[in-house]
Structure formats: C-alpha cells, structure tokens
Design a protein. Sequence first.
Length: 316
Amino acid sequence: MSQQNGHTDGQPRSVTLRVFRYGGAGAAAARFDTFTLDAPPGTTVLSALFQVRREQDSSLGFRFSCRGAVCGACAMTINGRCALACRTQIASLGTPEVVIEPLPNLDVVRDLIVDMRPFWEKYRRVQPWLHVAVESEGSKKSLAEPPLSPPLVRGGKEMSPPLLREGEQGKALRPSKAGETPAPPVPTPSGNRQSPRDVARVDALANCILCACCYGSCGVLRRQTEYLGPAALAKLARFSEDSRDRRPIAALTDLDGESEGMWGCHMLHRCSNACPKDANPDAGIAALRRRLVEHRSKTGVAAVRRFFGDRLGRKT
C-alpha cells in the first residue's frame, strides 16, 4: 500500500501545513500558505485540511467525497508523493512540516483542485467495459452498436433509468451516434461465468479506483502529454485480459504507438509505487505488450507459411 499508519504516543502534536494556493486564471501568482494546528492521533491529511478550512481559511479548495479511500477524489501530492489525503495519517509522515500540492501532470483549477478532463478523456478512449458478443436473430454480433436497455419496471410501472454520471442521463442506454464512443453493453440474460483462475488474472487491476495518483506520478506524461497514461492502459488490460471480453485485436493495435500507446511507458514503476490499491498498472501495461507481441508472432508465422506454401505450390 502507499502508506502505513505511523506510531504515536497518544498525544496531540503540533504540525505545520504548507499548502499550495492558486486562485485560477487571472488571479495572483501561485504561492504557499502556512497553517499550524494540533493534530490528535489518527488525524489524516484530509482531516487537517478540513480543520484549516473550518478554523483558519474557509477559502481553501480541495476535492473529497467518501473519506474512506474508495472514491479517489482526494488524491494530491503530500511531501512529494502522490497519495490519498483521506488515508495518509499525519503521524505516518514523520515530519513536523507537511507540504501539500495538487497532482502533477494536470492543470490546476484552484488550490489543490486539478482539471481532470484530460484524464477522463484518455480513460474513455480505451472503452473501459466488457466487449461481449450479443445474440441477435439466432446469431452473434459484435458490439459496434450496443443494444438498448430494457425498461426498468417496478410495481408494474415503468421507471426512468438511473443516472450514470451527472449530465449524462441515459447516455449508456442508447446506441452511439457516428463518431461517438460506444456505450457500455447491456449484459446478456444468461451471464458469463468465470473460474477463480480467470478472476485472479484481473483481480488486482480491478481494484483501481481511478484516483489518478498513478497519472500524477508518471514521468512520461511530464514530457509526452499525448500519452494515455497508466490508469487508462491498466483499465484496458483489466478488460482485455478478462476471459469474458471479446474485443478485437484492433483495440490493442490502435494503441500501439510509442508516444501515446502502450510502448510509451518506460517501466519506471512510479505508477505502481503510488497506487493506493496495489493495482500495479505497469503489470497491466506489460500484459498488453505481451498479448500484442504474441498476436504479431502468430500472424508473422502464418504469413511466412503462406509465402513459402505459395512458392512450393508454384514449383510443383
């Protein structure tokens, strides 16, 4: 895990927070503000930020939601390391001063809040859902156009479908238009069973909570902004390595570039070191590379056989 609980003698300790401050476009230059407070045992960085906003500066901006290391909203840089503020205890850092900054590789909106749109755009590019074959008129077809969802019925009354995310009501419940990213498929009624071994292949990658700690830690993104990043590629591996997934190999060959695709990773392992859920994104990227190399090896051998078979056939 990315951090462990620190040892404490049970007494509150004085701690100084140096927090990055920025008011957005057109505001004054970025700066660091210093706040001193008493941190009781078990105080997390997120709790300390709440205390600062409650007692010293109500204008301090930061994201949060679950406070239980599940949503990933409170990811930020703490003493130079990307981590979740809600699970990083002040005592575990072992320093009298804690430096808190926004995630790297993303533009700062205000204070500790970053613009996550590039992260989510790259995430959507890999189509992060299971591509399964659906039955239609007695045959199976691919999911170029996902099927419509059946209406939700409760108590004999048709209900509106639930929201997937704010501002996208019903987006995943209709076929995509030309040029749009296809919506996630509706599961088949019969389902798709997996063995424990199949589950184990993707179990670690499935732990990803999309907090972007790996994205902020990635050294490649600091030089190549077009690189998809470890989170998106690891999520692609999570689904493409799933025994139920039926996406074509083109889904991998389309992301075969050295600047934006899977070969752009330098395997520095910073992403896996920063991951709070031990998802090991670099292992997922390595799995993608291995699968693509195996595919090319098979197609290359087949092409050689066809070539020499044709020559031998002409000689006879």
